[in-house]
Ligand binder design. Structure first.
Ligand code: OOG
Ligand code: NI
Length: 463
């Protein structure tokens, strides 16, 4: 009997989720179609250069999802579902700390970590967990009601979890079990038709629309799915031309003359979806909620800690200058700041240790018997070694906070007189029951492996 390996399960899950979400939120399908068109145009215009940060087949299938759960137990369970798909928790994001748009969640991203697995299918899910214990958001009474409500619901049926554990242990599932697993897994993220208790939902909404979306209902659902596009500025124009209302900005680095780095994202506004509501007298009426949307992203080169520190500084600088000249477009200010402070070639990013690359010896390298120089950048300059950028596979907390907030009706409330509850990466590891991996360590490992290989091959040249 045939079996499905983990990566095929992951690819099939991403694909089915995408079809399901397309049925639920038709504007998402438009976004996927326009992304595909833009990608085809970029490929036609740029040829092989368009594939420098991932093959076109990878990019075309590439999606990230966002989901939100309520408790450590639910997080641990969803972690089991993702483990079945070869996806591991990477990175810790604290969205409670955002200055302008705090959201009562802490998050991680489940994703493949090995280079080959990423190349096969890089599906990732930004996963947020509500923080009822944070007194800046929830008073003791609301916290108690919320925790009781969450304790009484079941997001993932035992049959799904049992199949997930088997897939994780055996790294594959027989065809029939795979089918059942995929069906249950997709179902777990569908929007439930069950009526929403209106007064409970509204009570949470006063704190945060995200709190209501998570803790106001008895099931979870995919919040958005995000295709990857090779030219996000062009995509933004085309979506706007089609009359789809996008949020005001593209989050992340500006459009500029240098290489794409990290992540640029934008989205269309959350749409009103019909949802049945139960009113206090027990009757069910038809209502509408606005929480789900479509997002699109362009991915660039992964930055090192130093590169990231530079990025964060530049963000601060752009904020300052924007505050000083409110008449000027933020995107123009950002471009100027970047052109002043960020190296505008891959070579310089590498030479200054700001971005991650893999290195390989050039097949057509000069072999004149001279000893190789000590520095990698010198080897690259001499054409003995080639550098290829490592694509950024993770998220940006400020963009994430912006994405959360720009799609919510109200700002919500945070009481800054209170001390926040402590949640950090270690705490999250404990909650998921797996190590939350450090993204920098993963990129560095990949870079170092390639360097070790280069050293050994060039060693042979000299011999
Ligand atoms: C997650 C928001 C973060 C991203 O792409 O930065 C995110 C959410 O809205 O649940 O998806
Ligand atoms: Ni997203």
């Amino acid at each position: 009997m045939s079996t499905l390996s983990q990566w095929r399960l992951r690819a099939a899950f991403a694909d089915r989720l995408s079809k399901m979400y397309g049925r639920e939120v038709p504007a998402y399908t438009t976004l996927v179609d326009v992304s595909r068109e833009v990608n085809e145009d970029v490929l036609r215009a740029q040829g092989a250069d368009a594939e420098r940060l991932g093959s076109i087949s990878r990019v075309t299938a590439e999606r990230h999802g966002a989901i939100r759960v309520g408790t450590p137990r639910e997080l641990q369970q969803v972690g089991r579902v993702f483990a079945a798909l070869g996806m591991h928790p990477v990175g810790f994001y604290d969205l409670r700390e955002a200055a302008t748009s705090a959201v009562p969640v802490v998050s991680t991203a489940f994703r493949p970590v090995e280079r080959e697995e990423l190349a096969r299918n890089p599906f990732r899910v930004f996963t947020s967990m509500l923080t009822p214990a944070d007194p800046r958001f929830f008073d003791p009474d609301l916290r108690a009601r919320l925790e009781a409500f969450l304790a009484g619901r079941e997001l993932f049926p035992p049959e799904l979890l049992a199949l997930a554990d088997r897939a994780a242990a055996e790294r594959e599932l027989p065809q029939e079990d795979a089918e059942r697993f995929l069906q249950l897994a997709v179902e777990a993220f569908e929007l439930s038709p069950e009526p929403v208790d209106r007064s409970w939902y509204r009570a949470l909404e006063r704190i945060s629309a995200v709190a209501a979306d998570i803790g106001g209902v008895r099931s979870t659902h995919i919040n958005h799915l995000t295709p990857r596009v090779l030219d996000i500025d062009e995509l933004y124009r085309r979506m706007t031309e089609r009359g789809i209302e996008m949020i005001d900005t593209i989050q992340g680095p500006p459009a500029w003359r240098g290489p794409d780095v990290l992540l640029r994202q934008t989205s269309f506004r959350a749409l009103a979806e019909p949802r049945a509501m139960r009113t206090p007298d027990g009757s069910v009426i038809s209502g509408a909620l606005r929480v789900r949307f479509g997002e699109v992203e362009a991915r660039g080169i992964a930055l090192t800690r130093e590169g990231r520190a530079r990025y964060d500084n530049l963000l601060g600088l752009v904020d300052e200058r924007s505050a000083q000249s409110p008449g000027e477009a933020r995107a123009d200010i950002a471009r100027t700041v970047w052109e002043q402070h960020m190296p505008d070639t891959e070579q310089e990013l590498a030479a200054q240790g700001l971005a991650y690359f893999t290195y390989r010896v050039a097949a057509d390298r000069p072999r004149d018997g001279s000893p190789p120089p000590n520095s990698v950048s010198e080897l690259v300059r001499q054409g003995r070694v080639r550098a290829e950028p490592i694509v950024y596979e993770d998220f940006l907390p400020r963009s994430a906070a912006g994405i959360f907030q720009s799609n919510l009706g109200s700002e919500g409330t945070r009481d800054n007189e209170q001390q926040g509850a402590a949640y950090d990466a270690d705490w999250l590891s404990g909650a998921v029951g797996r190590d939350v991996l450090d993204p920098y360590a993963l990129y560095e490992q990949q870079q170092n492996r390639s360097l070790a290989q280069v050293a050994s091959e060039l060693g042979h040249d000299g011999a």
